[in-house]
Design a protein around this ligand. Structure first.
Ligand SMILES: *Cc1c(COP(=O)(O)O)cnc(C)c1O
Length: 429
């Protein structure tokens, strides 16, 4: 057992997703390097096995990202983006347009706003055409962010309960999640597709989904072919398809984007998290030229009246360009990451505490085979977290769902250790 760094509960801070009355106090971290976080004092380094809430793509303290941000900070740190433009933004737009197949880039600040923008664009696109299409369809278990519009399309649950009366109505379709040796997935997929078709009989503005992987909803994965089937039905109904790739983008799912891996082409795509390599907050919404053209015209009401103070922040753009440089220089790091997990997960899959093992790119997940509720509040998750932390691995299970989502830079030895520690924790349950 290792000692952890000093713990603090600062009187002026309000941490996210935390019940202050019962949660363990936060630990102070003084530095990060690669996959490691260094607590203050004599605390032993922790392996950041969840990429600091799924953002840290290349590892902490990456010199290339740090240098790109520093250089940009000396040149131009921020400028109003309505009247002015800059090279880092243009370059980023060209590159993302190339790899997403969506021509237009709209900037915002985080994943939630990138989703908000996509939803607003979809709604206004129909409004501008004078076509009354109001329905939005989303999937059970979805998570799209914590602002109101993003909450509305997300699963209604404990977190959204105080606001449910303020959230616009959304049609819901089951998410036919699957895992290794799942023999009932065909039926679940068919049921979901049937319901989708029924929903699409009503005039629909857009369908929003997290391609291949629902993250916060429990690392739940669907088959590529299901998404192709969804896309066919959405196209037939003439609705727009929004891919929320805030989590799955930039190599997380073993390809540049989950849409690409699944073989679908959305009309709108929300990106954030790994966009800047996880260094700086930034979101973008990619839109097809067809969507963009729906906002052209002489009338003021055709305009997309939306923007943020820090739109296209040059530091964020510089970090994003540097992160793309790193991904382009060594795509095998994300293309072959699944192989690094597979051997370990196959070993672990026979553990009596493990059920529904599943794997996608850098994300390996399973459900804990334990008694109790199946939701976010199952106490087995925090137990695993505590046991792993004591042995130097930072995990943050989602209820009874345990997952690893390390940064691409994690070494083989560090990954071995994650699985060893995880096995030890499961043994002790
Ligand atoms: C994290 C996440 C969001 C919200 O992003 P924030 O930057 O936390 O606002 C939206 N969609 C998905 C799929 C996410 O994983």
């Amino acid at each position: 057992m290792v000692s952890v760094g000093p713990v603090t509960r600062h009187p002026n801070l309000w941490p996210p997703f935390t019940q202050i009355g019962s949660a363990a106090p936060q630990q102070r971290i003084q530095a990060g390097q690669g996959a490691l976080l260094f607590p203050e004092g004599n605390g032993v380094p922790l392996i950041d096995a969840i990429s600091s809430w799924w953002v840290t793509l290349h590892g902490h303290g990456h010199p290339v990202l740090a240098e790109a941000i520093a250089q940009q900070a000396h040149r131009l740190e921020q400028v109003i983006f309505a009247d002015f433009c800059h090279e880092p933004a243009e370059r980023l737009a060209e590159r993302l347009s190339q790899i997403t197949g969506l021509e237009r880039l709209f900037f915002s600040d985080n994943g939630s706003t990138a989703v908000e923008v996509a939803i607003k664009m979809a709604c206004q696109w129909w409004f501008n055409r004078g076509e009354a299409r109001h329905q939005i369809i989303a999937f059970d278990g979805a998570y799209h962010g914590d602002t109101f519009g993003a909450m509305a399309v997300g699963e209604r649950n404990l977190f959204s309960a105080p606001f449910n009366d303020k959230l616009f109505p959304v049609a819901r379709v089951p998410w036919p999640a699957t895992w290794w040796d799942d023999d009932a997935v065909d039926d679940r997929e068919q049921a979901a597709l049937d319901l989708l078709e029924t929903c699409l009989e009503r005039p629909t503005a857009a369908v929003i989904l997290e391609p291949l992987l629902q993250g916060a909803g429990g690392m739940s994965m669907v088959r590529p072919d299901f998404l192709i089937q969804v896309q066919q039905r959405v196209r037939r109904a003439g609705a727009l398809l929004i891919a929320d790739e805030v989590l799955t983008g930039f190599g997380r799912c073993g390809d540049w984007f989950a849409s690409r891996r699944a073989g679908i082409q959305p009309d709108l795509m929300a990106l954030s998290k790994g966009l800047t390599g996880g260094c700086l907050p930034m979101g973008v919404t990619m839109a097809s030229e067809r969507v963009f053209e729906g906002f052209l015209g002489g009338e003021p009401q055709d305009t997309f009246w939306h923007g943020h103070s820090f739109t296209a922040n040059p530091l964020g753009c510089a970090a994003a360009n540097a992160s793309l440089d790193l991904l382009e220089a060594a795509p095998e790091r994300f293309l072959s990451f699944e192989r690094r997990h597979r051997r370990h997960l196959e070993d672990l899959a026979s553990h009596p505490r493990v059920k529904r093992p599943r794997l996608l790119g850098t994300v390996a997940a399973f459900d804990l085979n334990v008694e109790g509720c199946s939701g976010y509040l199952n106490p087995a998750g925090p137990t695993v977290k505590r046991l792993a932390m004591r042995q130097g691995v930072f995990l943050r299970p989602l209820g009874q769902v345990v997952y690893l989502m390390p940064p691409l830079c994690i070494t083989d030895e560090q990954l071995d250790k994650c699985y060893l520690v995880l096995r030890n924790a499961l043994d002790q349950l």
